[in-house]
Design a protein around this ligand. Structure first.
Ligand SMILES: [Zn+2]
Length: 402
């Protein structure tokens, strides 16, 4: 007998209602509705789209004050001021704060996120405190959300003695990937990437870099990343987050860069933050680049926005991309589900036999509708187990007021 059948919902790409049969944490079969065998548990999905679990591909749990009384944002509007604001006040606010981190992850899970990647600060001042706190949280929420952690040298690598050693120690303390930031900013882009990618090769982990560069320098950084990723055999293990440089390129140049990223197996993740350029998702998809989306910071010293609801963020990304056509908006939904899943786990299967049974049921008839209306989640399934809805007590839903 199957463990679970999700009955009468529709999948992306099909107009026919179906039953999703789940056994031992995986989708066993998708059959016409009414034809599934009796299961241990049944969840009614009539009127719903049954989506793969949402994948938050870029956030910063260690920085958040989510769920606490409002913290006024006081930084001036420059990158240097925001970095100083972050470093200057995180101690005063007691960050990283395990209670706030947990509240945020529970809000994400309530809204259908089943896998997330978080970038955790690693520097001589904070040491491994953030990495340890996130690793403990990952254990606590296992069964609700898979948490992948990137060790992130936000405040410097080559220029901050001890950080390289801390990155390696972070991989022993629970981090599962190596991060980085604009390799050229410390004067030696190749040297920077040799440290980050070299560590990834030695420890057989993934890489996810924040790339904010613009113009020729921004493009050269990505081209160097492509070259070194290929040379080091890191195909399908590297993500370039943000990639603002696409905003400086014409369509021909952007297409060439996208093809190089695709050829190297480098994925792109965007949060469409503030007024920064959004990588061209349609062009990237056409070139074969796998994309994901995330919130970036939520309720932290870098900015106050975000709720943890990834469908809401998908709407934001679609709007900032200028998308109106359903098929364009669906690209964002794909990035929020199968794209992110492929980047984080290597498995980009959707709701199909053999795939992990991470599911979210949303009250919508069309994929674009699910993005634009950000409808109610009827239920969430993680590894074949119903974690939200269908009679389960749910954590408080994501709410801008928290
Ligand atoms: Zn970030």
């Amino acid at each position: 007998m199957p463990d679970l059948v999700v009955t009468g919902g529709r999948l992306v790409g099909s107009d026919e209602p179906c039953d999703v049969v789940v056994t031992q944490g995986r989708v066993e079969a998708v059959v016409p509705t009414g034809s599934a065998p009796t299961a241990g548990e049944t969840v009614d999905a009539v009127g719903c789209l049954v989506l793969p679990g949402l994948v938050e591909a870029h956030c910063h749990l260690d920085k958040t004050w989510f769920g606490r009384p409002w913290v006024p944002h006081l930084a001036e509007d420059t990158l240097a001021a925001r970095i100083a604001h972050d470093r200057g006040r995180r101690g005063e606010l007691g960050l990283p704060d395990p209670v706030a981190m947990r509240a945020l992850v529970e809000a994400m899970a309530a809204a259908g996120t089943t896998t997330l990647r978080t970038h955790t600060d690693v520097d001589p001042e904070v040491g491994l405190r953030g990495v340890t706190a996130v690793a403990e949280l990952a254990d606590e929420v296992r069964g609700l959300v898979d948490v992948e952690q990137v060790a992130f040298p936000q405040h410097g690598l080559l220029s901050l003695p001890g950080t390289e050693e801390l990155l390696a120690e972070a991989l022993d303390a629970g981090a599962t990937a190596v991060g980085g930031l604009d390799p050229g900013t410390e004067g030696d882009a190749r040297g920077y990437l040799e440290v980050v990618l070299g560590l990834a090769v030695r420890r057989e982990v993934a890489v996810d870099l924040h790339l904010h560069g613009h113009g020729d320098e921004g493009r050269r950084e990505i081209e160097l990343l492509v070259e070194m990723t290929t040379a080091l055999g890191l195909r399908d293990r590297v993500v370039a987050s943000h990639c603002y440089v696409f905003g400086d390129l014409d369509e021909l140049e952007a297409g060439r860069l996208a093809e190089r990223l695709a050829a190297a197996g480098i994925g792109v993740v965007t949060a469409a933050p503030y007024s920064f350029p959004v990588p061209p998702l349609r062009l990237l998809a056409a070139a074969g680049v796998v994309t994901g989306i995330g919130h970036d910071g939520i309720r932290d010293l870098w900015g106050p926005y975000g709720t943890g609801d990834l469908l809401e963020r998908a709407r934001h990304v679609a709007y900032r991309s200028g998308f109106r056509r359903d098929d364009d908006i669906e690209l964002v939904l794909a990035a929020a589900t199968t794209g992110g899943r492929r980047l984080l786990t290597g498995d980009g299967r959707g709701v199909e036999p053999g795939a992990v049974a991470d599911l979210v049921l949303v009250s919508a008839t069309r994929p674009a509708e699910a993005v634009v209306l950000v409808p109610q989640r009827r239920a969430v399934v993680k590894n074949g187990v119903v974690t939200q809805g269908a009679g389960r007590p749910a954590p408080p839903p994501a709410s801008p007021g928290r």
